[in-house]
Design a binder for this molecule. Structure first.
Ligand SMILES: NC(=O)c1ccc[n+]([C@@H]2O[C@H](COP(=O)([O-])OP(=O)(O)OC[C@H]3O[C@@H](n4cnc5c(N)ncnc54)[C@H](O)[C@@H]3O)[C@@H](O)[C@H]2O)c1
Length: 340
């Protein structure tokens, strides 16, 4: 097991890569914990041995709302949770985002941690302390920064993931490699089949390297005032595509990265060969790279991106594979480049 730390304004967050779910108890305070999980994870991994209160929520982006948050507050009151409560979110990115928000706001904040059960959550969603929900078509628009005390990443849990969810997690690993680590990118190109087959050695290297990239950026810029913005590579378009088409987050990010790479080529920052490598890698990982989308609705959705400042968008471009910059562009400029 490897422990990677994030030092934040709210304390230290430990990411335990390779730790087993069976050992969760040792990270919990003595009092009875409260677990938030979703119906799928709850069925696959019964948590009876933990003697915890369990709150089970539904699945899918559509439940990442204030209504679900309100229901959970109700359940917390019903089980007499007080300020000493410790909440553990056990699930994918949706459970983590909701649990972090609930725990950070209930009684002005109680302690919490995560067991990340999807590859996407292990390498991205559970790490960095962004907690929040969607509201009126705006993705993650209501939320706050607050770090979990720990994130447990058990590779065994990934064995029950559908193949599509593995590809979605690999999309975020491609993102981390593309913006910060050319060697990791090349490693993924070489070991794509092993990664898809969840080869333990390859997967551990990918998860660890990915977590290290995200953790170091978050440690230097917790509230996304600068460097952390690079982690949004592929996400401006990705979030819009996700909203308009309803495809999953990882697939949408894959398409968003293709758009951002094409813009990077047009701006002379990325070579056509590097652009081709990115698209080939995503295709080889069974991720979508075509746009095939309703462009007008996507641009409407981009107008609702929370990273927009007035008419300006902070757009992440690749400055070669393994390096990224944040450029300020207008929505119109983006439309021109896409259609031009
Ligand atoms: N907070 C952040 O920094 C951050 C970063 C990236 C993504 N996100 C968010 O994460 C969400 C996407 O997360 P996700 O891709 O993990 O989706 P998800 O949470 O919906 O999980 C995907 C599916 O896999 C199932 N599942 C979970 N663990 C499983 C397991 N071990 N075996 C079998 N099935 C399992 C879930 O029930 C669900 O049906 C999006 O809402 C996105 O906005 C947040």
């Amino acid at each position: 097991m490897e422990t990677i730390s994030i030092q934040s304004s709210s304390g230290r967050s430990r990411i335990l890569v390779g730790e087993r779910l069976e050992n969760l108890q040792q990270y919990l305070p003595a009092a009875k914990p409260i677990i938030i999980t979703d119906v799928n994870v709850g069925k696959l991994y019964p948590l009876d041995s933990l003697a915890a209160e369990v709150i089970t929520i539904g699945t899918g982006e559509k439940i990442k709302t204030l209504d679900t948050v309100r229901d959970i507050y109700g359940s917390l009151l019903s089980c007499a949770a007080d300020r000493s409560a410790f909440i553990v979110g056990i699930g994918g990115g949706i459970v983590c985002d909701i649990t972090g928000f609930v725990a950070s706001t209930f009684m002005r904040g109680v302690r919490f941690g995560f067991v990340a059960t999807t590859l996407l959550a292990q390498v991205d969603a559970s790490i960095g302390g962004k907690n929040g929900v969607n509201f009126k078509g705006y993705k993650n628009i209501v939320g706050l920064f607050h770090q979990p005390e720990f994130v447990l990443c058990d590779p065994e849990l990934l064995k029950t993931l559908p193949q599509k969810e593995i590809s979605c997690g690999l999309a975020e690993i491609v993102k981390h490699a593309a913006i910060a680590d050319a060697e990791l990118f090349a490693y993924l190109e070489q070991h794509k089949e092993d990664a898809l087959a969840l080869d333990r050695r390859v997967l551990e290297k990918l998860v660890q390297a990915s977590v290290c990239i995200k953790a170091s950026m978050v440690s230097r810029d917790e509230t996304e005032a600068g460097e952390r913005r690079r982690l949004n590579f592929g996400h401006t378009f990705g979030h819009a595509i996700e909203k308009v088409t309803g495809i999953s987050h990882g697939e949408a990010v894959s398409r968003g990265m293709v758009v951002a790479a094409a813009l990077s080529v047009k701006k002379g920052l990325l070579t056509s060969e590097e652009d081709r490598r990115l698209r080939t890698l995503l295709n080889n990982l069974n991720l979508p790279t075509g746009l095939g989308l309703e462009t007008k609705s996507v641009f409407d959705a981009i107008g609702k991106d929370k990273k927009r400042e007035g008419n300006w968008l902070h757009f992440v471009l690749l400055n070669g594979i393994g390096s990224a910059i944040v450029d300020k562009i207008t929505v119109e400029e983006l439309e021109d480049i896409i259609h031009g």
